[in-house]
Ligand binder design. Structure first.
Ligand code: GMT
Length: 382
């Protein structure tokens, strides 16, 4: 198939999923065209079956806000025509599904079906805003196919947006051959001494991630044992987290690494991964850690209980309950045998339920289903 993919190319889970999907689809022989305003992170030079088409947004003094949605729609229609695309697959509903809808109309009478994958904040935060809700609902209903990355997100979308059309759950995935425990644990010595355990957090440091709670949890654990923390990623709340570290006099124990490309090499060194988000439709970073045999301490929020099994491959706690989180964390870190056993279960569960080898064929089958029903509908209309 010839597939056009649009996503936010910046540091966010939906962009990562879209990019990994494109890479996996290309490896399986499909031709993939990324259409976005910047090259997605993790994409550079991935495959010669992947092309990147940049959307240029022209500004004009009259425009307070450059109309990206329109420039994207135009680019989608152009690429579809020039590259004979079979299908467009947009990740994150706003505004991508609206652009795809316009592109489909521009391409007519040529068929250009589009699939929208819902990732989370497009529904739970942004889409729920009154100014976006009606158009998001409209574009979801108009999509030729809609998928959600967890049952939680599917159910919430149907309930809150009163969606009538079917939404298929195709969960996020991880490449289990790439994400695995580092056989050589020596790089850990860059941050730890004398076998100290290492905690890790990875996110885009947006308010919903509660990065200051990571520091609070770490501080409570640090009161009891000698331990270190790596904070990976960047975003609006990094400053608040760094300030809290200084205030709590933990600067020698906490390391902020900023954005990292090869996170699998770091996650495989951790003894515990911490994700205290207020909301999380899936929690891709938790899954990536699990594939690396790292047990997870996460909130009992959104889709996270679909990923982490409490007491088996990690622990779940109520959002903002940092005291319980620290207690669970200490249980793992003070009993390394228990931590290792949970880590092994984490990898086994990630492999069994969320390996790219099993999930990517679900997308292929879904594309084929959508293409078949579009072709049938066109035939009936003739
Ligand atoms: O979490 C974010 O701020 C980024 C956001 C995105 O769309 O880029 O992440 C969402 O999509 C990820 C990939 O499907 C999920 O793993 C995250 O759980 C989801 N974030 C939230 O629901 C807050």
């Amino acid at each position: 198939m010839k597939i056009g993919i649009t996503c936010y190319p910046t540091y966010g889970g939906s962009g990562v999923v879209a990019t990994e999907l494109g890479i996996e689809l290309a490896a399986r022989g499909h031709e993939v065209h990324f259409i976005s305003y910047a090259m997605p992170i993790r994409l550079n030079g991935a495959s010669d079956r992947i092309s990147y088409h940049e959307v240029e947004v022209t500004t004009y003094p009259l425009f307070d806000h450059a109309p990206y949605t329109l420039a994207l729609a135009t680019k989608m229609a152009e690429v579809a025509e020039e590259e004979s695309l079979d299908v467009l697959h947009v990740h994150y509903a706003i505004p991508h599904s609206v652009s795809a809808l316009l592109a489909r109309m521009m391409a007519a009478p040529r068929a250009l079906p589009f699939i929208t994958t819902l990732h989370g904040t497009d529904i739970t935060l942004v889409g729920n805003n009154r100014s976006y809700l009606p158009i998001t609902r409209f574009a979801i209903e108009q999509s030729d196919g809609v998928t959600a990355i967890s049952s939680y997100l599917r159910d919430r979308t149907v309930r809150e947006f009163e969606i009538k059309r079917p939404i298929e759950v195709i969960p996020n995935f991880v490449n289990c051959d790439l994400y695995m425990r580092a056989p050589d644990q020596s790089p850990k010595a860059r941050w730890t001494r004398n076998g100290e355990p290492l905690l890790m957090h990875l996110s885009n440091f947006r308010p919903v991630k509660r990065v200051t709670d990571v520091i609070e949890i770490f501080a409570l654990i640090r009161e009891k044992i000698s331990v270190k923390l790596l904070m990976i990623g960047d975003g609006p709340d990094r400053g608040a987290a760094e300030y809290l570290v200084r205030k709590k006099r933990l600067s020698k124990d906490v390391f902020f690494l900023g954005k990292q490309d090869r996170v699998q090499e770091l996650l495989g060194l951790a003894d515990l991964f911490v994700l205290p988000s207020d909301a999380e439709s899936f929690g891709l970073a938790a899954l990536e850690a699990m594939a690396c045999e790292t047990p997870v301490l996460a909130t009992n929020a959104g889709g996270l209980p679909e990923v982490v099994t409490h007491g088996v491959d990690g622990y779940l706690f109520e959002p903002r309950d940092v005291a319980s989180a620290a207690r669970f964390g200490l249980e793992i870190l003070t009993r390394p045998d228990r931590g290792r056993a949970m880590g092994e279960m984490a990898r086994a569960n990630a492999r069994r339920r969320y390996c790219s080898n099993d999930i990517v064929p679900m997308y292929e089958a879904y594309y084929e289903k959508v293409l078949r029903s579009t072709a049938n509908a066109a035939q009936t209309a003739r």
